[in-house]
Design a protein around this ligand. Sequence first.
Ligand code: HEM
Length: 98
Amino acid sequence: MCRLPRDRQKGKFSIASRKTILKGGQSGEPALLAGNSGASKLIRTATDQVEDLEMPPLAKRGTYPALTRDEVALIKSWIDEGFPWKTAAVESSSSNGK
Ligand code: HEM
């Protein structure tokens, strides 16, 4: 989907794990709020509700087109379901993703 590779992390935000997603980045605001897609920053940016943080950036839509309504709807339902996260063996955290 739309993500920067690990080595191009910006704004101290990491999507490496569910935990870092919930923690958020520089702004201190988590990207996703479990069960509340409407208030989730990821959805707000992807639907152009955050001024100057429209995602993908407006100037780059030639290369990176906006998500389709179906894609947004799919991500929203995942968030509203609490965004279940399968933790593979890779994540050593003691939590099981909850
Ligand atoms: C919490 C939500 C998000 C935040 C805080 C965020 C933040 C940022 C920032 C700070 C930049 C660099 C600014 C710039 O290049 O003008 C960026 C670039 C970008 N973002 Fe986001 N973004 C978010 C969500 C998304 C989503 C949902 C998508 C895709 C649907 C997306 C796609 C992109 C793309 C394609 C770029 C340009 C990358 C490049 O130039 O190579 N972002 N984002």
